[in-house]
Design a protein around this ligand. Structure first.
Ligand SMILES: [Zn+2]
Length: 506
């Protein structure tokens, strides 16, 4: 047992070392505008992915039993004013037990107990992540670029930099105005409890004045979809013009997550909503460094990891179901965001997810089906290819090149779900295909955005939501359309030396 003990010490040291990194960054992060932090954060995640897929696993590492629950000492005291009424928060509780009253600390830890066979183990090592299917990438080249110039970053984080990314990426003043107008539409449709609903009649300020609301009662999905475009813009509850509204929104989502012990959705929600909530909580935690969000974010990721189909490695509507490509896309993005935020992500879960992609792919990985390899289509192909990019496929991977060429040939559609993924894929690849795609996509969205009445700033007519629009209506379409127009700065191009070097190098 002496060996185990030594290994445990080593692991603990590794955990502490890993935790020290965010601490060291915290000072800079506090100084920097949120959008810059967002940029950095997205770069970090890409780089961490690259590190992870570039290492060859040498042995099965001991899994870390995390020595403590996520930090809850500042838990939610500032959120109290906006907490949903049904969240059982006691009055006069000391700062450090507010969240513990909602979720016992033991429950936060429970996924790491060795005797819970269904639990997703927590780990800090990510070395075997994606290694079997993903070749090493040239993203490591970008590590040097960032590492060598991180000190210069502070001097580059000006509002002008986002404008420059818009200009070099292919956005324009109309697309930027459309984004701001969309964010205002979301603010007008926030409910008094801080969350959002697909049912626009529930919104006192709208009462259904906007058409194409939905009666579906998935508050988690609606709230997450509403919050994502703010984070994409670089706005958080600590930075930007909507701090108060975003604090209330995050409180609502974090409250649902804590109440569900990690399960963020209820009633008509599903793992699709869980994935979206995982992205929001992880990104907002990473961008704001607000420790109050650490526990809810980790709980949401734990739930995702536990919900993976143990056989096929995918996700669908309910935990442990055989997966579909669409749900897998959202969960992988959530785990990626969590990894970026220094939350605990089990690499074996990610590795299993890449095996799911292997099972549904055809044409050597250029095309992807929904639940098997038999039914490829443009939207599924786009999801599959974006996942492959994040899992480490190189830019010159033949299947990736072929798949991207197929997407480009098809061009933007009015199916926003397809467009959301395909736009990211094309943006990462850059080049002529991107320029051509972007011009059509950007102008389509600028021209189809509603301009009149309460609907001004939203999207529905002239576009289709695609996968999920029937269920989620105008709010869903508006979220996807806004994020498409944020593509220039929401994620830096994975393979883009230009943005990395020009933005982050002196
Ligand atoms: Zn309205």
């Amino acid at each position: 047992m002496a060996t185990d003990s030594a290994r445990d010490d080593g692991n603990r040291a590794a955990v502490e070392a890993a935790r020290a990194i965010p601490g060291a960054l915290a000072g800079w992060l506090k100084q920097a505008p949120a959008w810059a932090v967002s940029l950095l954060v997205h770069v970090i995640i890409l780089l961490s992915m690259a590190l992870v897929v570039s290492q060859t696993p040498t042995e099965e590492k001991a899994r870390v039993i995390v020595s403590g629950a996520p930090e809850v000492s500042d838990a939610f005291e500032e959120f109290d004013a906006a907490l949903p009424e049904d969240l059982p928060v006691q009055e006069d509780t000391p700062d450090d037990v507010v969240m513990a009253d909602v979720v016992p600390i033991e429950d936060v830890r429970v996924v790491s107990t060795a005797d819970d066979v269904d639990a997703a183990p927590l780990a800090v090592e990510l070395s075997d992540f994606g290694s079997e299917t993903a070749p090493p990438t040239d993203m490591l080249a970008a590590v040097g670029a960032i590492g060598g110039t991180a000190g210069g970053l502070g001097g580059r984080v000006t509002a002008a930099s986002r404008e420059q990314l818009v200009a070099t990426g292919g956005g324009n003043s109309q697309s930027e105005a459309a984004v701001e107008s969309a964010l205002k539409w979301f603010i007008k449709h926030q409910l008094p409890d801080g969350g959002w609903s697909f049912n626009l009649k529930e919104c006192p300020g709208c009462k259904g004045e906007c058409s194409h609301g939905r009666t579906r009662d998935d508050r988690c999905g609606a709230t997450a979809l509403a919050l994502l475009p703010f984070l994409g813009r670089g706005y958080t509850h600590k930075e930007g013009p909507y701090k108060r509204q975003l604090e209330a929104g995050l409180t609502f989502l974090a409250g649902m997550t804590i109440k569900g012990n990690g399960r963020a959705y209820d009633k008509e929600g599903s793992l699709y909503s869980q994935g979206l909530a995982g992205i929001v909580l992880s990104e907002s935690y990473a961008m704001s460094q607000d420790k109050r969000l650490q526990a809810p974010a980790q709980l949401a990721l734990n739930f995702i990891m536990q919900a993976q189909d143990p056989v096929g490695g995918g996700w669908r509507y309910a935990p442990k179901q055989p997966g579909d490509t669409s749900a897998v896309g959202w969960q992988l993005m959530a785990l990626k965001s969590g990894n970026m935020a220094y939350l605990q992500v089990d690499p074996r879960v990610v590795q299993k997810a890449s095996k799911f992609l292997d099972e549904v792919q055809s044409d050597d990985g250029a095309a992807y089906g929904y639940i098997d390899s038999k039914t490829p289509g443009p939207a599924r192909n786009a999801v599959g290819l974006l996942c492959r990019m994040y899992l480490g496929w190189k830019k010159n991977h033949p299947a990736l090149e072929r798949g991207v060429a197929n997407l480009a040939k098809g061009g933007p559609s009015t199916d926003l779900y397809h467009d959301y993924y395909a736009t990211q894929v094309l943006h990462h690849m850059e080049g002529e295909q991107w320029v051509s795609w972007n011009t059509t996509m950007r102008d389509l969205l600028v021209s189809t955005q509603a301009k009149k009445g309460h609907e001004a700033g939203s999207w529905y007519e002239g576009v289709e939501g695609g996968h999920g629009a029937e269920a989620a209506g105008r709010l869903y379409c508006t979220s996807l359309a806004t994020m498409i127009l944020e593509v220039y700065y929401r994620h830096l191009p994975i393979y883009g030396e230009q943005s990395v070097e020009e933005e982050f190098r002196e």
